[in-house]
Design a protein around this ligand. Structure first.
Ligand code: CP
Ligand code: NVA
Length: 304
């Protein structure tokens, strides 16, 4: 049994399988061809934070694959009244076939997974957002075909998305240029041991985007950090991805953002709505890659 708690839980060969299955599953969906290998399977989704894309893509995805889902919002469950996560894991995983969790500290999902009888998928923690980067990687491949020789620029907060992109750079062997305000940088432990071919830290956004094939950013204040929002607005001054910054990247550079976006903060409206922006493809691809992921975690490498 496998969990997907962070990107590096799977290897390159497994990702290549997932991407090839995503192509098939997406093609069937677009052609209205029913594909229901997960009939009678049940997905439980535990949300300790808000969500639009994650909830809709997992819920639609499991239904399209023939299965069903249950949504558990913390406040409406015994988790919200202090039931230990280990007990919740032991109970839920006796009743359903796969669990997705969105929570705060990454240790919470690790504790859940340690007690779970069924695969656990990370729908976002403070440290990682692997389903989103899975969709982003697939989107890049759809548009550009390969990561060979690619440079990706991450501008903004050294957050869960940034941490996950660092793992992606190592797995897919591309270069990640990261530029964050000093106090909001990548934690030393995450950068330690990552080869300079895969991760380089810059102090100015213009340096980080120079020659990039993809520019990506995210909100300056992630869920759970709302108390810091005022201080962050000041600290991130100068880190907005605008048209002038995009012009320093390669002319054909793509722009990505996991959404929701705060127009006028981390990205300007014109960049978000530009021809270079593939944010809506990224959002849609959450559905397709997660269907391939659930199929793989429940059925293994199939080729039907
Ligand atoms: N990108 C993403 O995970 O969006 P939601 O917070 O809406 O799920
Ligand atoms: N970094 C953001 C991503 C939201 C999908 C957050 O954690 O709030």
């Amino acid at each position: 049994m496998k969990h997907f708690l962070q990107l590096r839980d799977l290897d390159r060969g497994e990702f290549e399988h997932l991407f090839s299955r995503t192509r098939i599953i997406k093609d069937r969906f677009k052609n209205y061809i029913a594909y229901q290998p997960l009939a009678d399977r049940m997905l439980a989704m535990v949300f300790e934070k808000s969500s639009t894309r994650t909830r809709v893509s997992f819920e639609a995805g499991i239904h399209q694959l023939g299965g069903s889902s249950i949504v558990l919002n913390t406040g409406e469950t015994q988790l919200g009244r202090g039931e230990p996560i280990e007990d919740v894991a032991r109970v839920i995983s006796r009743m359903v076939d796969i669990v997705m969790i969105r929570t705060f500290e990454h240790s919470i999902i690790e504790r859940f997974a340690a007690q779970s009888r069924v695969p656990v998928v990370n729908g976002l923690t403070n440290d990682y957002h692997p389903c989103q980067v899975l969709a982003d990687l697939y989107t890049y491949l759809e548009h550009r075909g390969s990561f060979a020789g690619a440079t990706v620029a991450w501008i903004g907060d050294g957050n869960n998305m940034c941490n996950t992109w660092i793992q992606a750079a190592e797995i897919f062997d591309f270069k990640l240029n990261v530029c964050t305000p000093g106090a909001y940088g990548v934690q030393g432990a995450r950068a330690a041991g990552v080869d300079r071919r895969h991760l380089e830290i810059f102090s100015r956004p213009a340096q980080a985007v120079a020659g990039a094939h993809l520019v990506t950013t995210d909100v300056w204040t992630s869920m759970g950090f709302e108390a810091e929002a005022g201080a962050r607005l000041e600290a991130f001054d100068g880190f907005t991805v605008d048209a002038a910054l995009m012009r320093l990247a390669r002319p054909e550079a793509l722009f990505m953002h996991c959404l929701p976006a705060h127009r006028g903060e981390e990205v300007t409206t014109d960049v978000l709505e530009s021809a270079q922006s593939v944010v809506w493809d990224e959002a849609e691809n959450r559905l397709h890659v997660q269907k391939a992921l659930m199929e793989y975690l429940l059925l293994g490498k199939i080729d039907t």
